[in-house]
Design a binder for this molecule. Structure first.
Ligand code: SF4
Length: 253
């Protein structure tokens, strides 16, 4: 440890599928600059080998270690202990919301991945395609001419779905990540199929514009802005389809 160790209490929601959840507390000595995932791994290694959780890359690329930390969706591999508690404090860790719990901190993301596949989303976007579009407000705020563009690869972590109040109450809603993927695909390769997918009964009109998805997204995707931008496209498409039949037919010369 490079810092003076902190004593913290970590409270984790434990649950087996179909059983009632309960909370288990662990007292831990931590380096405040280590990550929440490191602490979870130490609990598994030295306190309780039955604790289940997902993890893989440990550098915010795979999206596997998403959890709720003190009620907020986080990628735990990049969330430091000091950012969520203080010496002598408590950290509460729960599984992501809006997904069925498989075991402890592991949720079933199968449906979500299937829905992402339906949008023809390239989970690894080509470098020149994974960019914020020019008109994106954040780009205008933060980016000057010649500055490198921000990558917007979705890592399919599911944090946005967990944070989404609409997904929490509306099980049919496809959720922000899928709609953001549809928008990203549309900006790269516009098609009526993508418009129809976004305009589906389970699509973008179910969003409540709460912007919680954008708040928690660790990858700069900005799903809320993408949903709003896609709404404009869908709206224009609807207007076009109403107006088009009313246009006067061309008379032969
Ligand atoms: S849009 Fe952001 S928060 Fe949602 S799944 Fe993709 S990377 Fe994760």
């Amino acid at each position: 440890m490079t810092n003076q160790p902190w004593q913290v209490q970590i409270k984790i929601q434990r649950q087996r599928a179909g059983e009632k959840p309960y909370v288990q507390a662990f007292a831990l000595e931590v380096d405040p600059d280590e990550y929440v995932l490191d602490a979870v791994e130490r609990i598994w290694a030295f306190h309780d080998r039955t604790l289940t959780y997902r993890h893989a890359c440990h550098h915010s690329t795979c999206g596997a270690c998403g959890m709720r930390v003190n009620g907020r969706e986080k990628l735990t591999c990049i969330t430091t202990i000091r950012s969520v508690t203080q010496n002598g404090g408590t950290i509460r860790i729960d599984p992501l919301r809006n997904f069925p719990v498989v075991s402890d901190l592991v949720v079933d993301m199968g449906d979500f991945f299937l829905r992402m596949n339906k949008s023809d989303f390239n989970s690894v976007a080509p470098d020149n395609a994974a960019r914020l579009p020019y008109e994106h407000p954040k780009k205008l705020e933060t980016q000057t001419e010649g500055e490198p563009e921000r990558l917007v690869d979705c890592i399919e972590c599911g944090l946005c779905i967990s944070a989404c109040p609409a997904a929490n109450t509306d099980k049919e809603y496809v959720g922000p990540a899928v709609l953001a993927a549809i928008h990203l695909m549309y900006t790269q390769n516009p098609s009526q199929k993508l418009i129809n997918q976004a305009d589906d009964h389970s699509g973008l009109w179910r969003c409540h514009s709460a912007y919680e998805c954008t708040e928690v997204c660790p990858s700069g995707v900005d799903p809320a802005w993408r949903i709003m931008d896609m709404r404009k496209t869908v709206f224009k498409d609807r207007v076009k389809s109403i107006i088009k039949p009313r246009l006067p037919e061309k008379k032969d010369a």
